[in-house]
Design a protein around this ligand. Structure first.
Ligand code: H79
Length: 406
């Protein structure tokens, strides 16, 4: 689970009755309100949100429980987005939830405790390049007045690195999720600055994962693909795609383009079968609660995962070509039975399902969540099977094949 929550969750895409220029990315409201005019909301005006920030519905345990019940195993929470506002009690900058808002609670601390209690890993999103609040912080690429080298060093040395250090020492997170890539940040995110940032993290917590949006792939642990961009094949390296429920990352009150469950499930299954992780985002409201449409979908995903989780967790892409009718994952560990999982996207198809190139005959095969065996046939090109009659086809059914070993 990915969580975008901050000052921008209050206006939620609408500023003093005016809808922001684009119906997406409400966390960008300060810079996108007047789009295509680039003039941002002045900082003093934006900062009136500080006094309003009082999400009385925020309940860290409820958030963590919803992630867990949906079958998720880690939570990455935005602790500082581009606006520079910190969701923990930072000693480095007073521009934070405890020192500058009436809420005064350390949101990061509460989430870390709640996640650990439920056995979820915890990661932090930290905007290391763009920081619209602090002198020397990066500004959007179209902004004419970019900070000079000296100013950047000032930001790097007095805000970015000290806050990252503070987070590591306070919370020992499992992962850092940075968010800058592309040519526009190359002159800012020099190898020298990135080396220092990576070294800092490794020196305090050597097994803390780092994503590629730190600005380069050397020295990182996994690739973050573009927002909502799902690869059409196995990338051969560890990867993750983050996706939204609708359009915006943070809560947008006018954003009603909710993705249907079938699409969300296919993102999850496509990702697992192509060697990646799916990080699904929630944007809680300014009161700190999940929207009903998000809760409903999380519960539906959880229901599917309860039956089919074994086909997703700790699996790898299968070594056969991807069938047109669905997807494949596999699990094999030395000395234990091996499993192949076939996700059927078109369960009502009349054609038998063929796994091309699979030659080992499985010991048994069944539809997950049922006691219905699946009849298998060996053909010249692979193993072929049909779904038993009366298998419920309203959700993606999965056939599990068990082998002595693979
Ligand atoms: O945190 C979410 C986004 O706010 C962030 N990454 C995800 C996880 C992000 N930062 N930059 N970008 C994404 C790419 C920049 C997109 C932009 Fe735009 C295009 C900025 C201005 C035009 C999208 C559309 C954001 C505002 C309008």
């Amino acid at each position: 689970m990915f969580i975008h929550f901050g000052l921008y969750s209050i206006p939620a895409g609408v500023w003093k009755g005016k809808r922001m220029g684009r119906n997406d990315y409400a966390e960008w409201i300060r810079y996108q309100l007047n789009w295509p005019d680039v003039n941002p909301i002045p900082k003093e005006e934006y900062d009136t949100l500080l006094a309003e920030f009082n999400p009385t519905g925020f309940d860290a345990e409820a958030w963590a429980q919803m992630a867990k019940d949906a079958g998720m195993r880690y939570m990455v929470v935005v602790l500082k987005h581009h606006d520079g506002f910190a969701l923990w009690n930072s000693q480095v900058s007073d521009y934070n939830v405890v020192k500058a808002t009436p809420f005064k609670r350390d949101i990061a601390a509460e989430l870390v405790t709640a996640c650990r209690k439920l056995g979820l890993k915890i990661g932090f999103y930290y905007s290391h390049w763009q920081d619209w609040e602090f002198p020397g912080g990066g500004l959007p690429k179209w902004e004419a007045h970019q900070p000079d080298d000296k100013a950047v060093d000032y930001y790097w040395d007095t805000k970015c690195l000290p806050q990252v250090k503070e987070l590591l020492e306070k919370f020992s997170p499992d992962l850092f999720w940075f968010d800058s890539w592309g040519e526009e940040c190359k002159t800012y995110l020099t190898n020298d600055r990135l080396d220092r940032l990576i070294r800092l993290i490794r020196s305090i917590k050597s097994d803390c994962l780092i994503n590629s949006r730190i600005g380069r792939v050397e020295g990182v642990d996994f690739i973050s693909n573009d927002d909502n961009s799902f690869p059409d094949q196995n990338l051969g390296v560890p990867w993750e795609t983050s996706g939204t429920f609708n359009e915006s990352w943070s809560y947008h009150r006018l954003d009603t383009k909710w993705k249907p469950l079938a699409q969300l499930l296919s993102h999850l299954i496509d990702s697992a079968s192509r060697g990646g992780n799916y990080q699904l985002n929630v944007g809680p409201t300014g009161e700190g609660v999940f929207q009903p449409a998000a809760i409903e979908r999380l519960q539906q995903i959880g229901k599917w995962m309860q039956v089919h989780g074994a086909a997703i967790y700790e699996t790898r892409p299968a070594p056969y070509s991807e069938p047109r009718w669905g997807r494949l994952t596999q699990k094999k560990n030395p000395g234990t039975p091996a499993f192949l999982y076939a996700f059927i996207y078109e369960p009502s198809s009349d054609e038998p399902f063929l796994i091309e190139g699979m030659n080992d005959m499985p010991k048994r095969a069944w539809v997950m969540g049922t006691d219905k065996g699946v009849a298998i046939q060996k053909t010249d090109s692979g193993i072929q099977f049909r779904l038993p009659d009366k298998v419920s086809v309203d959700r993606v059914p999965v056939v599990c094949f068990e082998f002595e070993s693979l």
